[in-house]
Design a protein. Structure first.
Lengths: 346, 346
């Protein structure tokens, strides 16, 4: 593992994107969203993904200079078209507009069509929390699961996030995908020769399995069974269908070098002060969090966390100690940066 | 089992509530919400709960004549106080106001404080769908689970629902609580001498268990583990904290004859036509549903359903054949109705 200063990583990633032709402000936004994911301990959405977007940028599937255009709306609602551009750019614009609308109307919603992968949803919903709002953001994603009872991938993991301010505490944040487990855990179990728990996967015939090899040949199950399937469909409805974007099997994932992404998003901000004084809301959030953290703990549990607390704890540590990257990620970033003439920070 | 006409049941339940002193329109609303749950096949939220509310009404904990008052708001947002009244009355008012605000502002939100148990969330969100909106409704509830890592009940199951219209199909509907399983299933497994799956419950020491007796002595786990815990906390924030109502351990459940309920709700309606023409949205919903229903099925699966379809199928059957009630529920309703001078339909 190598420890790097967040600012150095941010500059490196931004320079790489500028070398790919991205405007400075957009490169800085995408770089910050990736580094921030590392700060929160979400390495899978961090700088290791820097060049993940590169193939789609090179093929023109992601148009890095596409404008985000206003295509419709009414009152507190706006429809944006991302014109096959960068997901982070569209999500940022959407959340800013939702917050601005919430200041005027008490609540604001921004629907986004023809966008791309935006990284980590909580990067955007936490901005709403910082602005005194409750924030919501959803996206749809490429097929990862079968519909409940099926055996062929047709349903995305369709991530969604809520965030709210919590006074002296970091915000309360939910940010989840609707799959029971990341596919990588099946490969890891197979490598260790271990069985997987019921509820993780079905085999190619659509039958529940505890054999990781059968699960890899089949598909991942939704979290919480049929409930997770239903949640994922609702997020596709909110993100893809409402916006007039792609939905269901029509979405192309960020791993594919070509093909329009087609993903849509929905951003909502609720102005807390439209309901009650923000200070009262925050005092109650403190009391709610205290009721969780003071609960009697299970055997072997050292601390109870409220949602979003682990990420905030991780960030504080990484800001002090630097972001730890595995050697193979450092090698990969160094080589790919060098090919663009961008030097990886020593 | 006895089959009864929905209209007869609706009249019986409404008459019982009027005999308890409830105004006719309120009695009709609560009766309809219970009968509708039976029509959807959700017997646990159906007419068997008729007298469940009675003890709280008799004690004055639920004030059946309490007005729903406007206490604040801004633009598209309204704050209502249910003044310890009937949950269904408050939720109905909230959803109607959210829909009306969405017509003007594109989106509307209504926060409700000091309410009570409102029955089935989808009873209200489906009204938004019928009005050309996407509807959302959340509520908090009395403690049912430990915070993740804890061993004492401090987190409600905090149900939430989304609904959206789907053209020639009945609406797409999500309506879930955030517990892994209803507590009754632990008692059933214990009675059969069977183990329960991992992920259902922890014992009194907070350790995961597959012994139903240990789970009964302990607490139910959230659906999807820590994800369900986080979702439930977010629903408490949206319902209880945002509205300035009770939250966390301060909520009194509908099983308790006394004590202020303290639950809050949040209703949101998004006017689909503010984003894109409703007919286009609905055509895409049909396509999305078709992609689910046409998926290759798993072994032994006869049909794939989209969220909300099973309830709609159940309703069509029950409207044709009547609502089937178990003999013990019929006996109970007959006796309790007779005590109020209301005759159970033959």
């Amino acid at each position: 593992m190598m420890r790097l200063a967040p600012a150095d990583l941010r500059r490196f990633v931004g320079d790489c994107y500028m070398a790919m032709g991205m405007a400075e402000d957009r490169a800085a936004l995408v770089a910050d969203s990736l580094v921030q994911a590392d700060l929160w301990g979400h390495a899978s959405h961090g700088v290791m993904r820097t060049f993940w977007y590169a193939a789609r940028i090179a093929s023109g599937a992601t148009r890095i200079d596409a404008p985000v255009t206003v295509e419709g709306g009414l009152g507190a609602v706006t429809l944006l078209d991302a014109n096959d551009g960068i997901g982070q750019v569209a999500a940022q614009e959407a959340m800013e507009r939702a917050i601005a609308a919430a200041r005027v109307h008490g609540i604001g919603a921004v629907s986004v069509r023809n966008s791309g992968h935006f990284g980590t949803a909580m990067y955007f919903t936490r901005q709403a929390a910082a602005a005194g709002c409750v924030g919501f953001l959803s996206t749809n994603a490429s097929p990862a699961m079968a519909p409940w009872g099926g055996r062929e991938k047709r349903v995305g993991n369709n991530p969604w996030s809520w965030a709210a301010p919590a006074a002296r505490h970091p915000p309360m944040v939910l940010d989840i995908a609707n799959t029971a487990v990341a596919r990588g855990k099946l490969y890891a179990a197979k490598a260790r020769g271990e069985a997987i728990p019921q509820g993780w996967a079905i085999d190619a015939q659509g039958v529940a399995t505890t054999d990781p090899a059968d699960g890899i040949a089949g598909t991942i199950l939704p979290m919480a069974g049929h409930k997770g399937y239903a949640i994922s469909m609702i997020m596709d409805m909110l993100s893809g269908v409402l916006s007039g974007s792609g939905f269901g099997p029509a979405i192309t994932g960020p791993y594919m070098p070509e093909g329009r992404s087609g993903v849509g998003h929905l951003a909502i901000a609720i102005n807390i002060a439209a309901v009650r004084p923000l200070a009262e809301f925050e005092a109650d959030m403190e009391a709610l969090i205290a009721s969780l953290k003071s609960a009697p703990r299970g055997e072997g549990v050292e601390e109870i966390f409220y949602p979003g607390e682990i990420e905030a704890r991780s960030e504080a540590r990484a800001l002090a100690e630097g972001i730890a990257l595995p050697a193979d990620v450092v090698t990969d970033l160094t080589e790919q940066g060098a090919a663009l003439g961008v030097r990886f920070p020593a």
